[in-house]
Design a protein around this ligand. Structure first.
Ligand code: NAP
Length: 339
């Protein structure tokens, strides 16, 4: 279905957003073989000009025939737009790599992290789903541990940056911070409460079971990507006043005993992972150091002394890169490699 070529006509849908902007940058930085780049956003942005290398590209609105001739479309314009337009794009013969939550749990659509389950790309039928940002950085670390010691259960707490909500949330954190430091009243439009100098245990909508949608995404997407429904996982997802970079505290219980040193060795050899762990020198990953980086950083690796086979660790990755744009571009690169 996907034909190998020297260069591809690529589209970014949601090109003006936080993820779309990063997608354009990632295509350029990784020298993706782009013959032509088409950029789409809402009517509000039609006619706006964005840069791709030396080229200046006009943003277009979406129409029925927009995808004709396009080989690969990277979607990041929200679930509603993906629901409407991804099938239109796929029908035009283009491969859609979709960042929204729309198709992730559809059994007919692969959900892929190239370091974990590249084989699932073989059965795509035109749409490939990119997982949730907090899930991606977690599974690149869980997979090698699962292969070595079989994971029974994971308890994860996230500390997620505002860029995970999009450009408007980044503006809100900046404006609230400026207003508070100027002793002015703040406004809350994106989040229900002040996010500057605060922490909100609430990401996405609350569900009937008391969890948020974000928490259940982590539970369900992990099983699908890892291809193992036996892994038990429970999550608490928290929004923190950080612009870029999600952090996660993980407690992992394994079937086989694995030491902290063994985990360090396994993760040091794992693709896309950097072990950054020397507590005696205050070395551990933090969002401001990891922002803009491609890899998932792991530190604070230690044995859980309260159970027989347990590991605690701390993971940080750039949610706009590995959590979104980079993973999507890596999927496209893998498709080309496998074609
Ligand atoms: N941020 C993250 O870390 C992250 C991670 C993984 C997945 N995602 C997913 O990626 C998607 C985009 O997230 P974001 O953070 O980039 O949001 P964002 O900053 O709010 O950007 C949204 C983009 O969608 C476009 N858009 C909105 N309505 C549209 C329409 N009717 N037709 C065409 N384009 C339209 C916007 O265009 P205008 O500028 O013209 O309004 C903008 O380019 C969401 O589905 C999100 O769940 C985000």
């Amino acid at each position: 279905m996907f034909k190998k070529k020297e260069k591809y006509i690529v589209a970014v849908v949601g090109a003006t957003g936080a993820v779309g902007t990063e997608m354009i940058k990632t295509l350029e930085q990784r020298k993706f073989p782009v013959e032509k780049l088409r950029l789409f956003a809402s009517e509000r942005s039609e006619g706006k000009v964005l840069k791709f290398g030396d080229a200046e590209i006009r943003v277009e609105g979406l129409q029925d025939k927009s995808f004709e001739g396009i080989d690969i479309a990277l979607f990041s314009a929200g679930a509603e737009r993906s629901k409407t337009w991804a099938p239109v794009a796929a029908k035009s013969g283009c491969v859609v790599i979709d960042n929204s939550s729309q198709w992730r749990m559809d059994p007919a659509i692969p959900l892929v992290v190239p370091e974990v389950n590249p084989h699932d790309l073989k059965w795509h039928k035109g749409i490939i789903a990119n997982p949730n940002c907090s899930t991606i950085q977690m599974v690149v670390v869980l997979k090698p541990i699962h292969d070595a010691a079989k994971i029974k259960r994971v308890v994860v707490t996230t500390f997620q940056a505002v860029s995970g909500t999009g450009q408007k949330a980044m503006n809100e954190l900046l404006e609230q911070t400026k207003d508070l430091l100027s002793f002015k009243a703040i406004t809350c439009n994106v989040y229900p409460y002040q996010i500057a100098f605060n922490v909100l245990p609430h990401i996405d909508k609350f569900l009937e079971n008391g969890y948020t949608k974000e928490e259940m995404k982590m539970v369900n997407e992990t099983k699908k990507i890892m291809g193992d429904n036996s892994i038990r996982l429970t999550a608490t997802t928290v929004r923190v006043p950080v612009f870029r970079g999600h952090s996660e505290s993980l407690n992992i219980e394994t079937e086989k005993k694995i030491t902290a040193n063994e985990v360090r060795a396994i993760l040091s050899a794992a693709p896309g992972v950097i072990v950054y762990d020397a507590p005696d020198k205050n070395v551990y990953p933090i969002p401001i150091s990891v922002a803009g980086k491609d890899e998932t950083y792991v530190g604070r690796i230690r044995e859980d002394e309260s159970i027989d086979n347990g590991i605690n660790l701390w993971i940080v990755a750039d949610n706009l890169r590995k959590g979104a744009a980079l993973n999507a571009v890596q999927i496209a690169e893998k498709l080309i490699e496998m074609a």
